[in-house]
Ligand binder design. Structure first.
Ligand code: C5P
Length: 310
């Protein structure tokens, strides 16, 4: 029996995020291009009598992470247990590097990593389709976090399909102060739309073309986020990092998802360090990251076997 599984869980950004109207369930129709980046949480699962969650991390707001049934990792344990009809009780430890409520799918990727960890720990051998199905029930971004790379998301974001993408990119990633609530940002999107007819969301051809060509310059110009005006409306100071990134020569600047993290596409790693330093200096942010993308989805990094009888 395995006594411990460690899983690395990447953050995501949205290279494009087109938001349509809300359906009866309150969720907005999306057409998005997800991109997993090299900023990782680590999730460790160990067998236990009953399920519990602990969190650690530095430079992130741990107080904002629940350690009860509200935690998405805990919900992942409950959802997979229900799916297989067996109590998969574990202790889950989440070591966070991804900013909390930052628009980087931190909670979603922890949930995806928990599913991967449980599958390995209990040797369930579940088909990928089963994990994707359970993931979709946990949150719109969770299926993508299983897949990683660069992928298209439709429906409410949970229907993930591969996209033809070449090349590797460097990003400067600068957390905003505090978090932004995703439902609040969507509500602000609705408020700003008012009575106007919101068009059906579409994938931008220019962005898909730039990914096919592996053209960082064209990708930088094509980055787009329909939630950005709503995030800016709730957090007007987000113009500071966006302006600083543009002034620093970033190929493209964007609020990530529902924010308040801002991301900057750069020519290479050195350029990304330069942009990161200038944006951090302009905003007074405590930290900023230089990361590559795309990276794979949640993956087992280590397994420890239980000591057998001697
Ligand atoms: O799916 P998830 O639980 O991550 O979504 C969080 C919140 O974001 C939802 O409760 C909803 O308010 C909003 N949302 C939305 N439309 C989407 C995805 C999320 O309105 N497609």
């Amino acid at each position: 029996m395995t006594s411990e599984i460690r899983v690395v869980a990447p953050a995501k950004i949205n290279l494009s995020l087109a938001v349509g109207g809300a359906g009866e369930d309150g969720y907005h129709r999306l057409a998005t291009v997800y991109h997993a980046i090299g900023l990782f949480d680590e999730v460790v699962v160990r067998p236990a009598g009953r399920t519990s969650v602990t969190v650690s991390g530095s430079g992130v707001d741990l107080d904002a992470v629940p350690t009860d049934e509200q935690n998405l990792a805990w919900r992942a344990v409950a959802a997979l247990s229900a799916h297989v009809g067996r109590d998969l009780a574990v202790h889950v430890h989440v070591h966070k590097n991804i900013p909390v409520a930052g628009g980087l799918a931190g909670g979603s990727t922890d949930a995806a990593a928990t599913l991967v960890g449980l599958d390995a720990l209990f040797e369930l051998g579940l088909p990928r389709a089963d994990l994707m199905h359970v993931a979709a029930g946990l949150g719109s971004d969770v299926p993508f976090c299983l897949v990683g790379g660069t992928a298209v998301g439709t429906g409410r974001g949970e229907l993930v399909a591969p996209v033809m993408a070449r090349g590797s990119y460097w990003w400067a990633v600068v957390p905003g102060e505090g978090g932004l609530s995703t439902p609040r940002v969507y509500a602000e999107f609705d408020r700003l739309a008012g009575d106007t007819d919101v068009p059906e969301p579409e994938l931008p051809e220019d962005l898909l073309g730039s990914l096919l060509a592996g053209d960082a310059g064209a990708l930088g110009s094509a980055l787009v986020n329909d939630l950005q005006p709503a995030a800016l409306s709730l957090r007007p100071t987000l113009t500071v990092p966006l302006d600083a990134g543009r002034d620093a020569g970033a190929l493209g600047s964007l609020v990530s998802g529902s924010g308040p993290t801002t991301v900057f596409l750069c020519a290479d790693a050195d350029h990304a360090r330069e942009v990161r330093d200038l944006v951090v200096a302009a905003t007074g942010a405590a930290t900023g990251f230089v990361v590559p993308g795309p990276v794979p989805g949640a993956k087992v990094s280590a397994a420890r076997l239980a000591e057998g009888p001697r």
